[in-house]
Ligand binder design. Structure first.
Ligand code: P6P
Length: 313
């Protein structure tokens, strides 16, 4: 019989590999896991929550019904602040970073509910997190991340993360309320047929991007898949291979996707799974951020596909 490994057991096993581990990281990740379970249960009741809201009913947590992304943000801020492991935390929903405890071991950046504009149409959305050692310097390049990951709230809820030695995926078993190891040591397959970009901006892209798109559409079996929820598009790319592109265009000359909250964590995952990420032909994890809300153009996915894209840059 296959052994069942919970996320908690997996993290503890990882921790035992580091002799001077203090359990601090395990505690931090457990708080993220708990937040993910609560957010997942709230998302399941979207729509119903509105009905409840109309009657002025309270939800099961006896809080006033509120917008899901505000709720997710507040929950993550509270749980992470209480973890005792956080120095500074920064949320895509907040204008500035919050100092929780100068002596906290880790700084954490998160997008509490990425793609939240898709909630009303039942499209998969996600929570993204990125963890650094707290050495007092908040804006460090993504290559300094200790860990990163995402939770995708889709047909099932999956927790996917890397600690710098591979990528592992865990599926929430709602029956027992635990994330179980379901995709050990994820490796992104070579891309063959799927490209993912918002073609609505075609006429606003740079000529190099347009030339790339014109060429790949002539390939055999090419398929376009674009959800408009980055966690969903990246998760599909990680599992099936392919390429995700959010290049700059005239309305967003510096790109749209956030460096600290989306690009760094997801590029770390893609790289650890054997894929590749580029931002203006550079590794985005080498970019030293100038500001918290910095945006950048981003292309990531199967190495062979990204290398093909680079021929057009
Ligand atoms: P567009 C969601 O708001 C998000 O930040 C990403 O999750 C997603 O990939 C992107 O924006 C979609 O942007 O311009 O295609 O609607």
């Amino acid at each position: 019989m296959n052994t069942i490994t919970t996320l908690t057991e997996f993290i503890l096993k990882e921790e035992r590999r580091y002799k001077n581990a203090t359990g601090s990281f395990t505690l931090l990740l457990t708080h993220i896991e708990n937040a993910a379970k609560i957010i997942a249960s709230h998302i399941k009741r979207t729509g119903l929550v509105d009905i409840l809201g109309k009657t002025g009913a309270k939800n099961v947590y006896y809080e006033d019904v509120q917008k899901l992304d505000e709720f997710s943000n507040k929950l993550l801020v509270d749980l992470l602040s209480e973890s005792g492991q956080v120095g500074y935390l920064a949320s895509e929903e907040l204008p500035e970073a919050i100092e929780v405890d100068k002596k906290g071991q880790y700084n954490i950046f998160f997008d509490p509910l990425d793609g939240s504009s898709n909630i009303d149409t039942n499209i998969s959305i996600g929570t993204i997190f990125s963890i650094y050692h707290n050495d007092g310097n908040l804006l460090k390049p993504g290559k300094k991340q200790v860990a990163s990951g995402y939770i995708i709230y889709g047909s099932s809820v999956m927790f996917v993360y890397t600690f710098g030695n591979g990528v592992n995926g865990f599926t929430l078993d709602p029956g027992i309320g635990s994330f179980l190891l379901s995709r050990p040591n994820i490796k992104i397959p070579d891309g063959k047929t799927i490209y993912s970009i918002n073609e609505g901006y075609y006429n606003m892209y740079e000529s190099s991007t347009r030339k790339y798109l014109d060429t790949i559409k002539k390939e055999e079996n090419i398929t376009a898949r674009y959800v408009g929820s980055m966690v969903a598009d990246i998760h599909r790319t990680l599992i099936k291979g392919g390429i995700f592109l959010y290049p700059r265009y005239t309305k967003k000359p510096n790109g749209h996707i956030r460096l600290m909250f989306e690009i760094n964590p997801l590029a770390f995952i893609i790289g650890q799974a054997g894929g590749m990420a580029v931002s203006d032909k550079k590794n985005p994890l080498d970019i030293t951020p100038q500001k918290l809300e910095q945006r950048a153009p981003i292309v990531m996915g199967s190495k062979n596909e990204v290398e093909k894209y680079l021929e057009y840059c």
